[in-house]
Design a protein around this ligand. Structure first.
Ligand code: AMP
Ligand code: TRP
Length: 330
């Protein structure tokens, strides 16, 4: 039997090259050997304020991007989280399995709430909903970027706790991380991850940036005071990050890229990097615009939700039976 693969991305901003290299690219690479579920996690997006019209547009943008990078709706199930009510249902049950203490230890929660007022309760219980997303499909593998590793650990703990308390119900999933690309850093600060919510747009490359925007952002990316293109994540974190990006978009190994720029300095290296990113993204962008304007994505998402619901219902029936919920006879 093929492994079940599940992953999700929030429609909460413009998708970045970090999302692509850490997550989306993996979705496509496992597609032939897996039963894939790829979700637009809109209920996670509303844990922070979203403008309704913009949220709806971003849902379709993200789903169109799923298709544009190469997910095939005949092979994978693409759907929107809120279209499958079982996510909310199991999300609640998982909130009752998770402890306040373990949720308080999530670094993403701490980072997102630091110095903020009006933090929603949903942002706190977010990992319980994420666990529900994954466990509903009896998932074996979850391709994500490194920042989601802690959430995945918690998902595994919750699955094990549930199984121990209520009997074998869930498959315990494993995380799937890229060797390179699991943590793409900001262009303006190699200590921060590239993020769609960073207030500085020059910190990230967005999947739909124009070639000129890409060239400009890369030419301004921080490096260091040296000249030599070398892979040294400790001493030369910014250059190491650019090398990882170069290698991922060009298909060359990091060593091959270094060799190519021997004795040539950062200027040439950045120019080459910009062209490599532009030529990798161009066909994706072209497909994106075709798909986005065709309206086809609505049918894909409806069909995906129907398929996802079928699988999710089986799990939720079992969960309710095992927990003792509802008026159905065991
Ligand atoms: P999010 O944007 O938080 O919905 O993240 C969607 C997916 O992209 C998750 O699997 C993240 O781990 C991944 N991701 C986000 N930012 C990065 C990054 N800078 N480098 C690698 N992966 C990332
Ligand atoms: N929390 C993830 C992120 O911010 C998004 C997400 C929600 C997810 N549900 C998921 C990822 C299930 C993988 C599996 O990136």
């Amino acid at each position: 039997m093929q492994p079940v693969v599940f992953s999700g991305i929030q429609p909460s901003g413009q998708i970045t090259l970090g999302n692509y290299l850490g997550a989306l690219k993996q979705f496509v690479s496992v597609q032939g050997d897996a039963t894939g579920y790829y979700c637009v996690v809109d209920m996670h997006a509303i844990t922070v304020a979203q403008e309704p019209k913009q949220l709806r547009e971003r849902i379709f943008d993200l789903a169109s991007l799923y298709l544009a990078v190469g997910l095939d709706p005949n092979q994978s199930t693409l759907f929107v989280q809120s279209d499958v009510k079982e996510h909310a249902e199991l999300g609640w049950i998982m909130q009752c399995v998770a402890y306040m203490g373990e949720l308080s230890r999530m670094t993403q929660f701490k980072e997102k709430t630091e110095g903020k007022d009006g933090v929603s309760a949903g942002l706190f219980t977010y990992p319980a909903l994420m666990a529900a997303d994954i466990l509903l499909y009896q998932t074996n593998l979850v391709p994500v970027g490194d920042d989601q590793r802690q959430h995945l650990e918690l998902t595994r703990d919750l699955a094990l706790r549930f199984n121990t308390r209520f009997g074998e119900t869930f498959t315990v999933p494993e995380v799937l991380l890229m060797k390179e690309g699991a943590r793409i850093m900001s262009l303006d600060d190699p200590m921060k991850k590239m993020s769609k919510s960073n207030p500085n747009p020059a910190s990230r490359i967005e999947m739909l940036d124009t070639p000129d925007e890409i060239r400009k952002k890369i030419s301004r990316a921080v490096t260091d005071s040296g000249r030599e293109v070398r892979y040294d994540p400790e001493q030369k974190a910014a250059v190491a990050n650019l090398l990882v990006i170069y290698s991922a978009v060009s298909g060359q190994t990091i060593e091959e890229v270094i060799k190519q720029y021997e004795g040539r300095g950062y200027g040439d290296f950045k120019k080459g990097l910009a062209e490599a990113v532009v030529s990798h993204l161009e066909p994706i962008q072209q497909r994106f615009h075709e798909i986005r304007s065709s309206g086809h994505v609505i049918d894909v998402l409806h069909d995906g939700a129907t398929r996802a619901r079928e699988a999710a219902q089986k799990t939720i029936d079992k969960v309710k039976r095992n927990v003792g919920l509802g008026a159905n006879r065991a």
